[in-house]
Design a binder for this molecule. Sequence first.
Ligand code: IPE
Ligand code: IPE
Ligand code: MG
Length: 240
Amino acid sequence: MLDMTRLPQHVAIIMDGNGRWAKKRGIPRLAGHNAGMEAMKEIVRRSSDLGIKYLTVYAFSTENWKRSWEEVSGIFKLLIKFVDLDLDELNEKNVKVRVMGDYQAIPEAARKSMDETLETTKDNTGLQFCIALNYGSRAEITRAVNVLAEKVRAGEIEGEITEEMIARYLYTGEENGNVPDPDVIIRTSGEERLSNFMLWQSAYSEFVFTDVLWPDFTPEVYEKTLEEFQARDRRFGGRK
Ligand code: IPE
Ligand code: IPE
Ligand code: MG
């Protein structure tokens, strides 16, 4: 049973396996992505109902541009459909949507939809739902280092660069209200790697890997993975 008194504050999910899910059924990859969006919706709902404070999902990586344009543009279209159709429910549930990644580079229609969603949900105080879109953690760290280098050059920083300074200029930093590090990172589909996701922030995250393909990741499976997280002994380098 899930212990409601010990829920993670921040859950991050690498939503993987849409393509294999579709292949198993002999249907187009995009149908898999569509099913994946539906699964995502359910997980947002359940996270909000459970009272989780932060949910981050990896929706599109800086490396995913290597895929066919048909697939890439299809993924962005599905995202527009999700944010447009579900805006009312997101608001009803007091969900605040955020984006992290090189957002300027995504197709304009998707950016417009997202902008509207960010604006409409900006005062909500419930679940903070963060979509990693055209996100890559190396690019994120590089960007922060460049911001700091510029500040040093301008004489705004004297002395050493600290961990806090680097963290401040990551996507999870001040531009998104200082998101705490993820307590748990879940990856579906049996792959056990980060694929350039939250390299800095995952220093002490617990990892839960499941063979379930993302479109099959139901709220029930979600709760099981949270139970697995709760069974872990987190020491953060100390003794217990
Ligand atoms: C995850 O599913 C969604 C994205 C990366 C956009 P995949 O599309 O990677 O599915 P598989 O890994 O090919 O099964
Ligand atoms: C990671 O999945 C990116 C997202 C889930 C958005 P990929 O399917 O792109 O990762 P690799 O290629 O298997 O490492
Ligand atoms: Mg994949």
